[in-house]
Design a protein around this ligand. Structure first.
Ligand SMILES: Nc1ncnc2c1ncn2[C@@H]1O[C@H](COP(=O)(O)OP(=O)(O)O)[C@@H](O)[C@H]1O
Ligand SMILES: [Mg+2]
Length: 159
């Protein structure tokens, strides 16, 4: 059979899976609505990296601007964005994309953008208020601060 490139959209979107984070969707959206910054703490695999962006996208946060999700590592920006694109049944560079150093796979259509800290920092130099984004999700935030939360992993959302 013909090998299908991993970036081709699946024939039908797998759809967002039901994960531990799913039952907290309303709570998360209410917290984002009421606060300029929130911190989401949950175990590995609970859905922070792949679901938070999709939740906010579904709830209208991409009507004005895109959602940025920063990753400390390039490989994560690529692999998580591919997973989200697959769940939504779109090709990378359409509604879901990524930007890492020397590789920008986004377009005007892109509403959910995974990027490295370095790329976001560079974008902030030319656009200090980062107005192109309605929300910035700093994933793996525990890796960038002195705070530790034991074995739990932290995602911060800036609106
Ligand atoms: N590339 C992938 N292929 C298959 N399943 C995946 C992939 N990425 C994530 N998942 C599924 O989605 C769940 C949530 O992953 P993720 O959003 O990365 O969680 P977290 O960021 O909270 O660790 C995982 O438990 C796994 O079941
Ligand atoms: Mg994660």
């Amino acid at each position: 059979s013909t090998p299908v490139p991993s970036e081709m959209p699946s024939p039908s979107p797998s759809g967002p899976p039901v994960l531990p984070i799913s039952e907290h969707e309303d709570e998360i959206v209410a917290a984002v609505e009421a606060n300029p910054v929130i911190v989401v703490i949950g175990e590995t695999g609970s859905g922070k990296s792949t679901q938070l962006s999709q939740i906010l996208h579904r709830r209208g946060y991409t009507r004005r601007g895109a959602i940025a999700v920063t990753q400390p590592r390039r490989v994560a920006a690529v692999s998580v964005s591919r997973r989200v694109a697959q769940e939504l049944g779109v090709s990378i560079g359409e509604e879901v994309g990524y930007a890492i150093r020397f590789e920008d796979r986004t377009s005007e259509k892109t509403k959910i953008k995974y990027l490295t800290d370095g790329v976001l920092l560079r974008e902030s130099l030319s656009n200090p208020e980062l107005k192109q984004y309605s929300v910035i999700i700093l994933d793996e935030a525990h890796e960038r601060s002195l705070n530790t939360y034991g074995h739990l992993y932290v995602t911060q959302i800036y609106r």
